[in-house]
Ligand binder design. Structure first.
Ligand code: 6R9
Length: 647
């Protein structure tokens, strides 16, 4: 991409914080001002809220940039902040209300969680696993996945969680890159009433040469599994009889807490490396202030622990704040499409954190589903993973939040570890579709291709100007790639790869990945703005647009649209959508073609894969499809694309 990104979409709706929020919120104006005056002092204060074994004396060490170090002479074990320190006063507090897909439930108090973590940590040690040994975790969303992550942290063994929906090849590749010594898995996982054979996938991933010496298996689905004596261990047998306490490994703040692989747009997956002290500081601070957690809250993040959102905002952030959370094992449409709303009502969920892809799916399924349930316990909503289109924001606000809940649209990445651009619910006036402002202590801006800050009203590249505690430390095994990918485009600044615009009040509006920006007749158009204009039409639930090469305009906009409920796409609606985009944001953004489809190709974490839609539009062989969640839809779209109308 060269030149600025056009700023086309205008949004006039405003939602100031209520008086209740303003007065009761954890984060007030004072905190914003304090962080702005002295960011390092702010972060030091946030870090001091954790349990340290040896307090740090230095906040930031920038002598070897971009290999920054935070709180580097401090020592701690993160599980003491997440568990031990809560026991005296809040041992009986529920850490997790867990619900299985078949409907079975478990309630786990902080005391119980501490006990299970200690026993499993002792079990791991009994197998000779300890500080510095990487342990892969390949499981469904059962309570033991949290136990496994924390048990690794307890003994200083970095975990590498591999999403349970990934294939054995993906697991094999990540095991090899991380040098995993053990794999923790389940016999199977429940997904829409069927068993996903996790243990079988592990067996395949370990065939041939491997660094893995032990496989620990949680019983969940009770399906038949193959067994390799000496290598395989049942989880329940391993923990049985283990001591109920476990001396934590004392870690340096900068030691590796975990590796999490992120695919990025090309090339082999990057093993993002996160630290102990800085990471926990970032996630616990943002969790407290963005989700405004209070003692009587019931918080539910619908992510999977296989993604960074699960690491930061199911496990480490909530537990460091002694929060009570809900975990749900299964799919949102099992047995019915209102499973989420039944869960909110039955657990009295007060804070709900989910993704735009889920919200747009719920819009498609229909308003009557949430309307069946009493959602009045909710007081705060969150969004993460993709830009949330203003109409999806409004739907979430009205149909889920009852018109009374602030929505925190949180921008961040696997690499940033914690939320970076976000409203603070007691401080920020919300604008539907904007992630609003950088979190206190975060110095972000929008720049043009030379690195000059763009003026309000302009669009360009998002950058972070100074380091922050929860930032990635490197790409595992490839520090040069770390420097190259994130720190070379704008020297001295972190480049996340996202486009962004600033409005007149310097609010940030994320515009999607810069690789997806379309160049139409000399104008850089963001996919997000055209998609939002489409989603703004009452018949549309979800839209993806891509630039397809065009001899006349350079690129032409190809749109793929899913409709709400039982609406059907026809020529009349197609023309109506084209004019809707033209009136909403301008004739330049009018799609040249529109394909109606029942679904869009998505990654397994729910992000639209525009790259594949480009391949389809330009009638190319499809590129890498291994991270695709719904492969059947690609054929359907390809057939549809051949018959769609064009100008
Ligand atoms: C947490 C997570 C990171 C990429 C990021 C951006 C997109 C995430 C967003 C958002 C607009 C938001 N993204 N949150 N875009 N608004 N609130 O999703 O991490 O899986 O590493 O993805 O997701 O493009 O660069 P990760």
């Amino acid at each position: 991409m060269s030149g600025a990104i056009e700023n086309l979409f205008h949004e006039d709706r405003r939602f100031p914080p209520s008086d209740v929020m303003k007065n009761g919120a954890n984060a007030k104006e004072e905190l914003v001002a304090r962080a702005a005056a002295d960011p390092l002092a702010f972060w030091a204060g946030e870090a001091e809220k954790l349990a340290w074994r040896k307090p740090f004396t230095q906040v930031l060490d920038d002598s070897d940039a971009p290999f920054y170090r935070w709180f580097a002479d401090g020592t701690l074990n993160v599980t003491e902040s997440c568990l031990d320190r809560h026991l005296a006063e809040h041992g009986d507090r529920v850490a997790f209300h867990w619900e299985g897909e078949p409907g079975d439930t478990r309630e786990i108090s902080y005391r119980q969680l501490h006990l299970e973590v200690c026993q499993f940590a002792n079990g791991l040690r009994s197998l000779g696993i300890g500080k510095g040994d990487t342990v892969a975790i390949y499981m469904g969303m059962v309570p033991e996945i949290v136990v496994a992550m924390l048990a690794c942290a307890r003994i200083g063994a970095p975990h590498s969680v591999v999403f349970g929906g990934f294939s054995s090849d993906a697991l094999r590749e990540r095991n090899a890159d991380a040098n995993s010594k053990a794999v923790i898995t389940c016999d199977g996982a429940w997904r829409r009433g069927k068993v996903v054979p996790l243990k079988e996938n592990v067996d395949v991933a370990l065939e041939g040469e491997t660094t893995v010496e032990h496989v620990i298996v949680v019983r969940r689905t009770e399906n038949e599994v193959q067994w390799t004596d000496g290598r395989d261990h049942w989880f329940d047998e391993l923990v049985q009889g283990q001591p109920e306490t476990c001396e934590p490994e004392i870690m340096n703040a900068e030691d590796l807490l975990y590796i999490l692989y992120t695919s990025g747009s090309t090339g082999k997956p990057k093993g993002i490396a996160h630290s102990q002290g800085g990471y926990l500081t970032g996630v616990s601070s943002t969790f407290r202030n963005v989700f405004d957690i209070h003692d009587d809250d019931v918080y539910w993040c619908t992510a999977d622990c296989g993604w960074v959102t699960g690491h930061s905002y199911i496990v480490y952030g909530p537990l460091a704040n002694c929060a009570t959370s809900v975990i749900y094992e299964g799919s949102p449409d099992y047995p019915d499409q209102d499973r989420f709303w039944a869960l909110v009502a039955s657990h009295g969920v007060t804070i709900l954190y989910t993704a735009p892809t889920a919200i747009r799916t719920f819009m498609k399924w229909g308003d009557h589903l949430p309307a069946r349930h009493d959602l009045s316990s909710l007081r705060l909503l969150g969004s993460v993973g993709e830009p949330i289109n203003p109409e999806a924001w409004m739907w979430y606000h009205e149909h889920i939040g009852g018109g009374k809940c602030p929505i925190v649209d949180t921008w961040w990445q696997t690499e940033t570890g914690a939320i970076m651009i976000t409203p603070l619910p007691g401080v920020t006036t919300l604008k539907p579709g904007s992630a609003t402002r950088p979190y206190p202590g975060i110095d972000a801006s929008v720049v043009d291709e030379e690195g000059n800050e763009v003026a309000p009203g302009g669009g360009g590249f998002l950058v972070v100007n100074s380091p922050w505690p929860s930032m990635l430390r490197t790409i595992h095994g490839d520090p040069e790639r770390y420097r190259e990918v994130y720190w070379s485009r704008f020297p001295g600044r972190y480049f996340p790869g996202d486009g962004c615009k600033l409005d007149e009040e310097s609010y940030f509006w994320l515009l999607g990945r810069v690789d997806d920006v379309m160049l139409v007749s000399g104008h850089n158009l963001s996919t997000t703005e055209v998609e939002s204009a489409l989603v703004d039409h009452p018949a549309v639930a979800e839209a993806a647009v891509v630039g397809r090469s065009d001899p006349r305009t350079g690129q032409a906009i190809a749109a793929f649209v899913t409709l709400k409920g039982d609406r059907v796409g026809n020529e009349e609606l197609l023309q109506e959508l084209r004019s809707h985009v033209a009136t909403k944001i301008g004739p330049i953004a009018k799609p040249a073609s529109i394909v109606f489809t029942s679904d869009l190709p998505k990654t397994r974490s729910g992000k639209i894969m525009r790259r594949l839609l480009r391949d389809i539009s330009e009638k190319r062989q499809l590129g890498d499809v291994t991270t695709l969640a719904n492969s059947e839809i690609v054929e359907a779209i390809r057939d549809g694309a051949q018959t769609s109308k064009e100008d």
